[in-house]
Structures are given as C-alpha cells and as structure tokens.
Design a protein around this ligand. Structure first.
Ligand code: THU
Length: 164
C-alpha cells in the first residue's frame, strides 16, 4: 500500500518592504546591517541574520568562513547560537535572513540550509512557539513564513530519540 503523507505549508510573499509590519521591516534592516560582519573570502557569498528575542533584543550574526571549509558556520546559526548563549532562557520570536554576493545581483530570497532550519527549530521546540522567518535577497520579493515547518516540514524531533 502506498500512503501519501501531506503537510500544508503557507509562505507569504510581498514585493516591497512597505508591506511588512514595522517589527518585520526593522528586523530585516538589522539583518542587512549585519552583512558588514560577514567573513566570506572563499564563497564571496555574504549572508546575515537578525534574531528578535521575546525581550525585544535583536542579536545579529553573519556567515563566518574558514580555510578549512567545513569549519565555517552559516549566518543563521551564528546568530541564533549567540542569542541563546547570551540570553539564556529568553524565547526567540523571529529571524530575518538576507544575503548578497560580489558576483551578481541577488534578487531573490535566500533559503536557509537544512542544518540552519534544524537548528532554528530546536528553539521553537524549546520555547513552544513558532519562529517567524523574514527572508530577502539584496532586493526583490520578501518571503514571510510562520515557522521552520514551512521550509522543513518533516524535521527531526526529539521524539525519535525516545524508545517507543
Ligand atoms: N550560508 C549561510 O550563511 N546560510 C545558509 O543558510 C546557507 C549558506 C553561507 C555558508 C557559506 O559561507 C556561504 O553561505 C556559501 O555557501
């Protein structure tokens, strides 16, 4: 028997920042400012993230590459791990991610990699809320998603670690 398992996902796309709430627009601006901190001499692909915490604090991060390539880390994880390390016990409300490259004009949102989605999802489970995601390239459409499930609908969760 073939069983089809479906998960419904809702992804909102707007064409201009003026269509965002002021909180989302500010978080996207913070992510764009954080691009300055990216260290991407190898890929030349600059990625930045801004994490909004329940207490209103915004923690920024950007990708940090290394000449031993796998030792580098993505922007989203730099930001969310830093938030968790510096503000232990404070829930995460939203994350905004942006990118730019020296090679061409990035006119579409950059999707978070699977490892980053899994890492962000940990904090959704930890604090029991979805983390709103606001994504944009240098320009072009802005994607808004109400949680990591939108992009990673079949994610690993702690239940799998338990003996049935
Ligand atoms: N990168 C991120 O920072 N976030 C992602 O979700 C995907 C990729 C970085 C890693 C590397 O420094 C560069 O983008 C090119 O892959």
């Amino acid at each position: 028997m073939i069983e089809t398992v479906k998960r419904e996902v809702k992804l909102l796309s707007v064409s201009d920042k003026s269509e965002l709430s002021s909180a989302d627009a500010e978080l996207l601006d913070s992510a764009k400012k954080a691009l300055n901190g990216a260290y991407a001499p190898y890929s030349k692909f600059h990625v930045a993230a801004a994490v909004l915490l329940e207490n209103g604090v915004v923690v920024k991060g950007s990708n940090q590459e290394n000449m031993a390539y796998p030792s580098g880390l993505c922007a989203e994880r730099v930001a969310i791990f830093s938030a968790s390390a510096n503000y232990p016990g404070v829930a995460v409300k939203a994350i905004s991610v942006t990118a730019r490259t020296d090679e061409f004009k990035l006119e579409h949102p950059v999707m978070c990699c699977g490892a980053c989605l899994q890492s962000v999802s940990e904090y959704e489970k930890r604090y029991g809320n979805q983390i709103r995601m606001i994504l944009q390239g240098e320009s072009g459409p802005i994607y808004i998603a109400e949680g990591t499930q939108t992009f990673l609908p079949f994610q690993f969760d702690g239940e799998s670690l338990k003996k049935e």
